[in-house]
Design a protein around this ligand. Structure first.
Ligand code: NAP
Length: 552
């Protein structure tokens, strides 16, 4: 390990690194920082023209984090967390992107990041235990370790609707929003989808556009964000107590977000007390609505109390009872699809310039030059916004041709659903690490907490290997099988599989229905990872370096 080396001969020179990192989002940035700290040479390849990952791509109107900004930030550097000042309870996309750029500059990361660089393929060479990575344009680089920091929601998905190419107006996807922004003034805008991205963007677009028509297939539960500018006192309280808050997020909170730990089940309280609890959480706003009780994800009757409460709130907010009814979710338990956090979403349907179109029983059949057709009726649009989500968790891997032992591709290996050990490695793909991969808490948690845990674990693992001259580390098939079974078992003890969600891969036609993230909670998961490491990386096969006498 050491500095990047050039190997040249008759072939064009190939750059060699200790590690190649794919992606310069929050995972890739921190991974690079840690590898530098180990004295390793590393190169990051990023397809975007800037760092920031999710926050680089998702620039749609109203894009904002649903985890509070003081909690959605790195903890690895106290100097960083002391000097960075968040301005709002939930940071907007632009502020989070500024933060990512600040981190890149502050830790001098840019010199090892290649932007505008698509990774096309990665192939493991069994003879020398190295990965060869091919970039768009044909350049090849090699590394002993490959770290896939590609993000969980990075493969924006445009539905395949007949006639889309014929549409005369402009077409946008929330997950790949134009950098220069979009002016909807005077336009009739069609929004397809009612997930988190739509719920955040619809109120903002409706403020600007002449008319907004929302095409809804499945309504979503959404809780008010109650965003506000952070006061100096709040900022100080966090700054003075970061160490303890971060410890609690890591060690005590299932989802990595510090809040009260629920002690009771929903049905252990009287109806009045429960109503008061939900009222308090609704008024406070945010994701912690779902941690009011300890059994909302486990017990359907308990879950119904929360779902009924939210449906009632929607009914009280939306003036037209027919529209309110359409907006009230009834087909899945609350929280089993990612809960949404909004600002004036349901209120927006009281505006004269907003129409809700229910497409549950009449899918969009066609897009014409003038608009969107459903149920035999054409809705005229000047612009269409697809807020139709992502090929979650596996989509970003699938677009790279990754080949492990015996030429096996990751696409083949994951044909029936992703299989990993701890969401960190894949049997048959030695020396390749995933950051927040399928089978880890990832999207069910505060992503930054999970990212830091993974990057720290990977860094410690690489340091361990270096100390022992390990050339190759690989998840064993048995350990992977055991982990896949455990991930499924834990998921099926909850209500989550009852929803057709992207957690289950259900939003992609033909994608296997497998519960993608690990639902056991961050503290339990963290303990397992630590215990695996403490036991000499149990479940991993480690091969020592072949010592070859140096040729003179
Ligand atoms: P999403 O949750 O997958 O929602 C996609 C929406 O598009 C759904 O309403 C879906 O309907 C609809 N849809 C998909 N294909 C369709 C089609 N062919 N015709 C009609 N409707 C279609 O995607 P998202 O809103 O982008 O959010 C994805 C995830 O990103 C979130 O769950 C969250 O984890 C994250 N996110 C976070 C924030 C935040 O931090 N505040 C903001 C945005 C996103 P069905 O439900 O019927 O499939």
């Amino acid at each position: 390990m050491g500095f990047a080396k050039q190997v040249s001969g008759t072939m064009p020179s190939v750059q060699n690194y200790d590690a190649i990192i794919v992606g310069a989002g929050f995972s890739g940035l921190y991974m690079l920082h840690r590898l530098r700290g180990l004295g390793m040479s590393a190169r990051v390849y990023e397809r975007g023209s800037g760092v920031g990952g999710t926050w680089y791509w998702n620039r749609y109107p109203g894009a904002r984090c649903d985890v509070e900004s003081v909690q959605y930030s790195y903890s690895f550097s106290d100097a960083l967390q002391q000097e960075w000042q968040w301005t709002e309870r939930y940071a907007g996309q632009a502020e989070i992107l500024r933060y990512a750029n600040h981190v890149a500059d502050r830790f001098d990361l840019r010199r090892d990041i290649a932007l505008n660089t698509n990774v096309i393929s990665a192939e493991f060479d069994e003879a020398d235990n190295r990965w060869t990575v091919t970039l768009e344009g044909g350049k090849r680089v090699t590394a002993q370790h490959l770290v896939m920091a590609v993000g969980c929601l990075s493969n924006a998905r445009m539905p395949d609707i007949p006639g889309l190419a014929s549409f005369r107006g402009k077409v946008f996807h929330t997950g790949e929003w134009p950098h220069e922004g979009v002016d909807f003034t005077g336009l009739r805008v069609g929004v397809v989808g009612t997930g988190s991205s739509a719920i955040q963007s619809i109120p903002v677009i409706a403020d600007e556009a002449k008319h907004v028509t929302v095409f809804q297939r499945t309504p979503n539960y959404s809780i008010p964000a109650r965003n506000y500018p952070l006061s100096e006192d709040e900022k100080r309280a966090w700054a003075e107590n970061y160490r303890e808050f971060r410890r609690r997020a890591r060690e005590e909170m299932r989802n990595g977000i510090v809040s009260e730990i629920p002690q009771k089940g929903a049905l252990e309280e009287s109806d009045d007390a429960r109503e008061a609890t939900y009222d308090f959480r609704w008024a406070r706003g945010g994701l912690t609505f779902m941690t009011a009780y300890n059994n909302l994800a486990l017990d359907k009757a308990a879950n119904d109390t929360a779902a009924d409460f939210v449906r009632r709130k929607i009914g009280e907010t939306v003036k037209d009872p027919a529209v309110a009814k359409l907006l009230q979710p009834t087909t899945y338990p609350i929280g089993t699809k990612r809960i949404c956090i909004d600002t004036d979403y349901f209120e927006t349907f009281n505006r004269d310039n907003v129409t809700l179109v229910d497409i549950r029983n009449a899918p969009i059949s066609e897009i014409t030059p003038n608009g969107i057709v459903t149920g035999g009726k054409e809705y005229a649009c000047d612009a269409i916004v697809f807020a139709t989500g992502f090929d979650a968790m596996t989509g970003s891997f699938a677009r790279i041709d990754i080949r492990g032992r015996d030429g096996l591709t990751l696409r083949e290996k994951w044909e029936e659903g992703p299989k990993t050990y701890l969401g960190l490695m894949v049997a048959g793909f030695p020396n390749m690490f995933l950051v927040t991969g399928p089978g880890s808490p990832s999207v069910l948690s505060n992503m930054i907490v999970s990212i830091e845990q993974h990057v720290d674990w990977i860094s410690d693992c690489l340091a361990y290997q270096r100390e022992r001259d390990v050339a190759c580390i690989e998840a064993t098939q048995g350990a992977e099988d055991g982990w896949v079974a455990h991930v499924n078992e834990v998921a099926h003890n909850t209500l989550y599989p009852q929803a057709n969600s992207w957690y289950m891969g259900a939003n992609i036609l033909g994608k296997p229905r497998v519960f993608l993230p690990y639902i056991g909670g961050i503290p339990a998961y963290r303990a397992i990872c630590n215990e695996v490491a403490a036991n000499g990386y149990r479940g991993f096969a480690l091969t020592r370096q072949h010592r070859v006498a140096a040729a003179e």
